[in-house]
Design a protein around this ligand. Structure first.
Ligand SMILES: [Zn+2]
Length: 287
């Protein structure tokens, strides 16, 4: 996965790691995550061992208590994107913003917040167990890297490009906020709309945006991918399907409680965006 040679830009990053645990309260309304349920089994995984040992590729997340300048220096050393998980995620975030800035009028990048265990957000207090998520109220993507690694491990969403897909999905929610889709859907859910179908449509559209970005970044050569990495993204999209997660966490599949779509739907949504290589191909997911 060759990257372009632009510097890793940490200016949009809010690094809250190493600032204590905060209140461990689950996220309130408004947050849009990559998964539909609070993943109870992961709490056990994290409670029983050191989550950092689960980081893929033996990479470290580092960064605890580091200043922005130190983070920037570290992420811009030779090989840092391959070596450090956080630098890789920041590079992904940079490239995702770069593409959307060329296509969305007055695009403003979301903030990228790294936290551990729990943190306050514009959508209420959030604990890691909700998984990576986007908060429309403060236009920020929240990620606990240790928990992300555990999530990937637990659900078989392996590979680094799976992480890129997750960041791109969350930035997809940011696009929905910028373009008014989120407000429109929220209003429809509050009135006569089918709240579940709308929720699934919003999530599949975010997957589609992730695919559209992926194809564009690949073609432009800023974030080239191989077949193997495309597979990692497609597998990750399927791994966080509601049916897979329900089967894993409760031993049965209950479509009436789906919020994000099935494995097959999520995989297909990513592929729809990827094959079209344009965000406009994702419009039809949300009425
Ligand atoms: Zn989502």
């Amino acid at each position: 996965m060759p990257f372009d040679n632009q510097r890793v830009d940490v200016s949009g990053v809010d690094d809250r790691r190493g600032r204590g645990r905060g209140a461990s309260v689950a996220l309130g309304g408004g947050g849009l995550g990559i998964v539909g349920v609070i993943v109870v089994i992961l709490i056990n995984v994290l409670g029983g061992g050191d989550a950092s040992s689960l980081l893929s590729n033996g990479a470290t997340s580092q960064g605890t208590g580091e200043s922005a300048a130190a983070l920037s220096d570290r992420c811009n050393t030779e090989g840092a994107i391959d070596r450090y998980e956080d630098c890789y995620v920041i590079k992904s975030y940079n490239e995702i913003n770069e593409v959307w800035a060329t296509q969305v009028d007055s695009y403003v990048a979301p903030r990228l917040v790294f936290f551990e265990q729990a943190t306050g957000t514009g959508c209420g207090n959030a604990s890691s167990e909700v998984g990576p998520f986007y908060c429309p109220a403060d236009k920020s993507v929240y990620i606990d890297l240790g928990f992300l690694a555990a999530l990937q491990e637990q659900f078989g969403a392996q590979g680094r490009y799976a992480e890129t897909y997750i960041v791109a999905h969350e930035v997809g929610h940011h696009l929905q906020t910028l373009m008014g889709t989120e407000a429109r859907v929220r209003a429809a859910q509050g009135s006569t709309g089918d709240a579940q179908a709308l929720s699934i449509g919003v999530e599949l559209q975010a997957d589609c945006y992730a695919g559209a970005w992926s194809a564009q970044a690949n073609r432009a050569g800023n974030f080239s991918i191989t077949e193997r990495e495309l597979d990692q993204a497609l597998n990750a999209a399927a791994a966080v399907g509601d049916d897979r997660i329900q089967q894993k966490t409760q031993g049965r599949v209950d479509p009436e409680r789906w919020t994000h779509g099935s494995a097959a739907q999520r995989r297909q949504a990513f592929l729809t965006g990827y094959q079209a290589a344009t965000g406009s191909a994702c419009a039809s997911f949300v009425p």
